[in-house]
Design a protein around this ligand. Structure first.
Ligand code: MN
Length: 389
């Protein structure tokens, strides 16, 4: 059966490229992906495949029933773009100013659509049900996964598989990992309320910039001095704003940052530690503060048995020449939520461009993928789904 599937996917590869390039030219931001959702819906409608729209927002769920009874397997692809100006010099560059598919979600969508078409053509010989989850809004918390799950996209699903096209790894490589693979990604905001005044009279003020500067350095001691070194964690201050004239002492300073962890206990510990340091520093300087910690996506934690099942299959795929364990990534992914409900695994599919002006990281204005990665991803997801029955 896999041989048949793979040969169909190979035949349909040009269509995958065509879809990906169309989506690449017409990107839409998270929670605004109305035209992309319509495009996906009409693709399924043309094939006569049952598709539910408006699932938890702009999400869609298509179902293909095999002719024989069996288990239900879900595959997920996200379809939102990013607020980045496309700076690539290619015929398929974004036509929307300031919006770009800079993470490969266009490729994820093209992969899943064409895979659905191929599976649909084989359905007379297939067991079980195939649930294609097209998820909106992966890039922006709270994300689309939570609302799609709330609206039942995982109802009756026995297992789920997902992949991310990964531009840092060469084509033909698949990376798996048992347990945590991507981090919990949180955001925090600290406002320091001092007392502004004349730059020449510091003794009559409470300098919020001095307090903020102390915080930037002291917060670095959480990871270096308070967290067990074998437990990965990141505390980053991404923004420090206390804008003023050169001769003014700032009344207020605002710091915004992110925390990345893999373990819930550590996640809560860091959140508490930040506030303890903010509180102590502000007491010392006689300032007040506000502190907000917003939890983003939890860590993506792959199930052991599903990952082991997938590794063996991946090794058998003709266009896969390397199957290796992935490093843990400090980036976040809301695929995490699906794995909290059903067993499954999330893996990386190498998508490094062969030529062009080098490899740019995900979320870069010149980001691109080697489109052949979509064929590899379709084979891997298709094999995982079909062999499950
Ligand atoms: Mn992504």
């Amino acid at each position: 059966m896999l041989t048949k599937l793979f040969s169909k996917l190979k035949d349909y590869y040009p269509e995958m490229v065509e879809i990906r390039r169309y989506l690449h030219q017409h990107p839409e931001l998270s929670f605004q992906e109305v035209n992309t959702a319509n495009y996906i819906a009409s693709y399924y409608e043309k094939l006569g495949i049952q598709v539910q729209t408006g699932v938890g927002g702009n999400g869609l769920v298509a179902k293909i029933h095999g002719n024989h009874p069996g288990k239900t397997v879900a595959l997920r692809a996200d379809f939102d773009a990013l607020p980045i100006q496309d700076e690539k010099d290619v015929p398929y560059k974004s036509t929307v100013p300031g919006v770009m598919h800079a993470c490969g979600h266009d490729g994820h969508t093209a992969t899943l659509l064409v895979l659905a078409k191929a599976i649909n053509e084989l359905k007379d010989d297939l067991h079980g049900t195939y649930v294609m989850i097209h998820q909106h809004a992966e890039e922006y918390a709270p994300g689309g996964a939570v609302s799609m799950i709330e609206e039942g996209c995982l109802n009756g699903v026995d297992a789920i598989f997902g992949t991310h096209l990964w531009a840092s790894e060469p084509i033909g490589k698949i990376q798996y990992r048992t347990g945590p693979i991507m981090a919990a990604a949180d955001r925090f905001e600290i406002t320091i309320q001092g007392k502004g005044g004349h730059g020449a009279q510091p003794h009559k003020t409470k300098d919020s910039i001095v307090v903020g500067a102390q915080l930037v350095t002291t917060l670095q001691q959480i990871v270096s001095r308070r967290v067990n070194p074998i437990d990965p964690a990141v505390v980053t201050i991404g923004s420090f704003v206390a804008d003023n004239a050169f001769n003014v002492i700032s009344d207020k300073a605002k710091l915004i940052g992110t925390v990345r962890t893999f373990n819930e206990e550590l996640r809560d510990f860091i959140s508490t530690e930040i506030e303890r340091i903010v509180k102590g520093t502000c007491i010392t300087a006689d300032c007040s503060y506000t502190y907000e910690y917003v939890k983003g996506y939890p860590a993506v934690v792959n199930h052991k048995d599903m990952t082991e099942y997938f590794i063996e299959l991946a090794k058998e795929i003709d266009s896969v020449n390397m199957v290796e364990e992935a490093e843990m990534q400090m980036g976040g992914e809301d695929f995490a939520y699906y794995l909290q409900h059903v067993k499954g695994t999330f893996f990386f599919t190498g998508a490094k461009p062969k030529n062009g002006d080098g490899t740019y990281p995900h979320h870069h204005p010149k980001f691109d993928i080697d489109e052949e990665a979509m064929l590899v991803a379709a084979k891997a997801l298709g094999a995982a789904a079909i062999n499950f029955n």
